[in-house]
Design a protein around this ligand. Structure first.
Ligand SMILES: C[S@@+](CC[C@H](N)C(=O)[O-])C[C@H]1O[C@@H](n2cnc3c(N)ncnc32)[C@H](O)[C@@H]1O
Length: 290
């Protein structure tokens, strides 16, 4: 039996399935339109038990899952959603003890999942140009007790990464194709590369640039998720569905072998047909609302 303790982050679920996340502090009160819940009435209770508000409304006390933590973080940017984060962690083989780079930090959704996966001995190096984004992301990681597994860096990745031989590197920036030399410099041979981009054109530009680099096992994927209404007698899909979030691109880095002149000529010819990416990618439709 696990008891809820002071300073624990807990999830309260009401009968109409609304979810509330709070950090338990002795003497505090949690206000909802279903009544007030005293933190002291949760502290010491076994997880999985129901408690009642002063209006007699019931709430189930649970430990938040990684999914709950991701869906509850404060957002200052578009985030990477759990449906993509699952495949990112699996495809890039992110696990305990690893050293992983990501950029940009944004709100820290992927940072949170990476930190959760590399603990207790690994480290996430998270790069971001904007100080305001880093403040929000740091707050999000501190709130869930995972900030100690992240080194936040305010730096443009065009200047390169300060780490080398990292196990995995993920880019969630607008023009990932611009940073392929820096990526290959930081990744260990055999390490995993991943990127998320919202449009097909961006996938093409990224692939085109990746072909010039020592990558193998290049994959492009899109993840669809369809939720169902969990009613046994009328089981059917939920009414609305997220149409599109982004495309995922994955690859593994191989050890560099010096190119011959013939290889360079063939490489040049292969890239002549593809139109160059525009200088300015300010299309507001770059990233659909999630
Ligand atoms: C869409 S957000 C990242 C969201 C994040 N992956 C998450 O799950 O919360 C993209 C971020 O990349 C940052 N960024 C863009 N170009 C960058 C660069 N060259 N170096 C570092 N950060 C960059 C932006 O400031 C922005 O905050």
């Amino acid at each position: 039996m696990i008891l809820a303790k002071e300073n624990d982050l807990v999830l309260l679920i009401s009968h109409d399935r609304k979810r509330y996340m709070l950090t338990l502090r002795a003497g505090d009160r949690f206000h909802t339109h279903k009544g007030i819940v005293e933190h002291d009435e949760i502290i010491g209770q076994p997880l999985g038990r129901e408690i009642q508000s002063h209006l007699g409304q019931s709430f189930m006390i649970l430990q938040p899952s990684l999914y709950d933590l991701l869906m509850n973080l404060k957002r200052s940017s578009q985030i990477i959603y759990p449906k993509e984060i699952g495949p990112i962690l699996l495809r890039m083989n992110v696990g305990s003890g690893q050293r992983v780079i990501e950029a940009g930090t944004g709100s820290g959704a992927l940072t949170l999942a990476l930190a959760h996966s590399v603990r207790p001995d690994g480290m996430v190096y998270s790069y971001e140009t904007r100080a305001d984004m880093l403040t929000v992301a740091r707050h999000n990681l501190e709130r869930v007790g995972l900030a100690r597994y992240v080194q936040f860096m305010q730096r443009d990745i065009a200047e390169g990464f300060t780490e080398s031989d990292v196990d995995a590197l993920f880019l969630d920036v607008r023009e990932p194709w611009d940073y392929m030399p820096q990526v290959c410099e930081a990744l260990a041979d055999g390490g995993s590369f991943g990127a998320l981009v919202p449009t097909c054109n961006q996938v093409s530009w990224l692939l085109s640039e990746m072909e010039r680099q020592p990558f193998t096992s290049i994959e492009v994927m899109e993840v669809f998720e369809r939720m169902y209404k969990p009613v046994p007698a009328r089981l059917r899909p939920a009414d609305v569905m997220v149409g599109h979030t982004g495309f995922l691109v994955f690859a593994r880095k191989v050890a560099l072998i010096p190119e011959t002149e013939d290889d360079q000529a063939a490489d040049q010819a292969a890239h002549e047909d593809l139109p160059a990416p525009p200088d300015d990618l300010t299309d507001p439709d770059q990233r659909p609302p999630g």
